[in-house]
Design a protein. Structure first.
Length: 145
């Protein structure tokens, strides 16, 4: 398992947390599938399978980011554009790694999984939890910080 969800990752926004848990299920399934193929040369069939997994991950991420960004806008989040930039950077990197899959004969899907896991851990703790606190304060009638 690549990423074990626990209380330190909760943002306090149920819909966002549930989406992350489902997203991590996809990432963990990929991790379990590809972690055993350490030094295996990836053929065209496997590349197509990996690409299918990447498409699922990217689709889920885009849908999650859209929902999260919509929630930020509805809460008048002052750091919206910085947060959105983080999302855009993530998607750009996933595209780069997807391109590498078809250009590099030594592509290792674990590189993609490692990037996603580390990005998510950092993003949730550093960025999403900050927004969660903002939304919690704003929705309870307190002045957001």
């Amino acid at each position: 398992m690549a990423f074990l969800w626990n209380e330190k990752y909760y943002t306090g926004i149920d819909v966002i947390d549930k989406q992350y848990i489902a997203f991590l299920d996809l990432v963990n399934k990929m991790h379990d599938h590809y972690s055993n193929d350490a030094d295996t040369i990836i053929g065209e069939d496997e590349k197509l399978h990996i690409n299918g997994d990447i498409l699922k991950l990217r689709e889920y991420a885009l849908n999650h980011f859209f929902a999260e960004e919509k929630y930020m806008i509805s809460n008048k989040y002052s750091k919206f554009f910085d947060h959105k930039n983080e999302h855009d950077t993530f998607i750009k990197k996933v595209f780069e790694l997807e391109g590498k899959l078809f250009k590099d004969t030594n592509f290792d899907p674990r590189e993609l999984i490692e990037f996603i896991v580390e990005w998510l851990k950092n993003h949730i703790i550093r960025i999403d939890r900050q927004f969660g606190e903002y939304a919690k304060r704003r929705n309870s009638g307190l002045e957001p910080t």
